[in-house]
Design a protein around this ligand. Sequence first.
Ligand SMILES: [Zn+2]
Length: 455
Amino acid sequence: MKKIVIIVVISFIILLYLFTLKINITVNSDNVKVFDNYNEDISSCLEDIFGFCLFKLPVNIEGNVDTNVIGNYKITYESKILFKNKKIEKEIKVYDDEPPVITVDKDVIESCPNKNGDITYKAVDNYDNDITDKVTKEVIDNKYVLKVSDSSNNETILEIPIEYKDNEKPTIKLKGSSIVYLKIGEKYNEYGYTAIDNCLGDITNRVKISGNVDSNKAGKYTITYSVSDDLNNKIEVTRTVYVYNKNPDIPVGDKVIYLTFDDGPSSYTNTLLDTLKKYNVKATFFVTSNGSDSTIKRAYQEGHSIGIHSYSHKYNEIYKSEEAFFKDVDKVNNRIKRITGEYSRILRFAGGSSNTVSRFNKGIMSRLSKEVELRGYKYFDWNVSSSDTITNDSNKIANNVIKSLRKGNNVVLQHDTKYGSVKAVEQIIQYGLSHGYVFASLNVTSPTVHHAINN
Ligand SMILES: [Zn+2]
């Protein structure tokens, strides 16, 4: 009987002990920063009342943590044994606490006083990637304040100082040429201008003009255009206006230009005659077999001198002998007589008296230069070369002539067979008349301009 009691008591104690057994699940884990590794340490035990782990139990996990995506993740852990069951739930946050990064191209923005300058920036976030379009830009106290927040509300503020300055001068662009030639009595009309400033843009209406032109008085006039920006950066440009007198019919003064044209006439000669007429300038044409008779006739009728150059212009033929030379001269002079009604007495040697192409006939130029004078001709070389056989650029040709002009007699060599040279004539005339030169044609009484003989 006593034995039974003991068994019952012991059984009761065992039952009591078994009744106190419980499942204990422990999970060690923390919230995790986005893109970091997620770690959890899980254990589950069947424990007695004294906390003694009797068995380790398997844990069934439901749910997972995606560390690449910000959010809250619920995970359940469950262990079971016999009639016992334990379930715990845990929430893990995948979070972002890293603010975006704003980068700018410059540490200081230099800007016009009336503007804020351009700023180029980029905002990149570790999680949201490029969020440049979310950046707000404000100018506060001479600073650009750039602000941006990522999707987790991490904010970045960047301040870039603005340095206001303007050292650049405006520019003035003249309409029309910066050198203007006006025939006396011709009214000067302002061609206009535009002024542009780097900061202010078009400031044409601020331009001040000074200087005036008395178009009834020959001379050089300067018109000055000036403009300033807001920081007193000033620019000044000038236009020169030459008012010239009409070319006189008879040369006066000690600055004379004799324009001479060899090798023609040509299809350009009529244009040239138009230009000469416009300025009342008389020139000299040393003609050949080229061109039409009517052109020579027109030149003659308009008061230009017609001179002998060469009929064939073939050096190896005309410088073969004195006889051959004068035969060629007669041929071209007959042409002149037929057209103009008179023989010419002025002459220019093909290649000039200084030519060396005739050296195949030793001494021919020395002999011819004397012989032509004995036969009543006056020959002319030149002392101003246009180099129109080297270039066809009319500006260059005009400059070649203009830079060589000097006081006294200027005999200019050009060819009316060259279009560029014909085109250059107007510039040469305008320059000459504006700078005190008069233009005249050559005749037997004109001053002698001879080269040194080289053969
Ligand atoms: Zn020639």
